[in-house]
Design a protein around this ligand. Structure first.
Ligand SMILES: CC(C)(COP(=O)(O)OP(=O)(O)OC[C@H]1O[C@@H](n2cnc3c(N)ncnc32)[C@H](O)[C@@H]1OP(=O)(O)O)[C@@H](O)C(=O)NCCC(=O)NCCS
Length: 165
């Protein structure tokens, strides 16, 4: 794609830029800058940074679930306002998965009213020909003590399963 945006694994030096980008992308929860440095270091292989003219315009943090290593858990997806609506988030998701031949599933959590996020992951599942299941995982009252919207766990996979049916 010729939009001048380069995708690559993040590096430790990206930590502060990631921290600023997340802060500019509500409703994402900001984490400590230390956490963002860990994402850019220890979790670089399963994360992605998108850069245009030296500026970070997109970031996804992800990791392999420790108890299910072929499942990529996507933690946060952030695209700067100026870069939205051009397929960047989709491109970043596929970019991470394409870097790892052994991944079979993707999981993430989404709040019920985040339409952009639902559209992003449903579209991803369609393109990977994978079934999707969703159910409340962290409940507003029971888990967040009323302080945060419920988070639904979205399970996508196995990749390609619908093509085989
Ligand atoms: C959600 C977000 C990452 C989407 O980034 P993006 O680069 O604009 O997304 P894409 O262009 O790749 O769009 C992917 C799909 O979602 C759809 N979509 C994107 N934004 C949408 C919106 N606001 N409402 C409905 N659908 C939307 C697109 O139409 C596309 O579907 P299509 O291929 O069928 O057309 C971006 O809006 C963002 O950073 N939001 C704030 C943070 C956030 O909510 N992150 C997600 C939670 S982890």
């Amino acid at each position: 794609m010729n939009d001048g945006i380069e995708l690559r694994p993040p590096q430790r030096a990206d930590g502060m830029a990631v921290h600023r980008l997340i802060a500019q992308c509500p409703p994402l929860d900001p984490n400590s800058s230390y956490c963002n440095f860990l994402q850019c270091g220890h979790f670089a292989a399963t994360s992605v940074a998108a850069e245009r003219d030296g500026e970070l315009v997109g970031f996804i943090s992800g990791y392999r679930r420790p108890d299910a290593p072929q499942t990529l858990f996507i933690w946060q997806v952030a695209v700067s306002e100026a870069a939205r609506g051009c397929g960047l988030a989709s491109r970043m998701l596929h970019h991470i998965v394409d870097r790892h031949e052994d991944l079979t599933h993707m999981e993430t959590t989404i709040t019920p009213d985040n339409q952009a996020s639902w559209a992003l992951f449903e579209r991803f599942a369609e393109r990977r020909e994978a079934p999707v299941e969703a159910a409340v995982w962290l409940d507003r009252e029971r888990h967040f003590e009323g302080l945060h919207d419920s988070e639904e766990l979205v399970c996508i996979g196995p990749f390609g399963a619908l093509a085989r049916n």
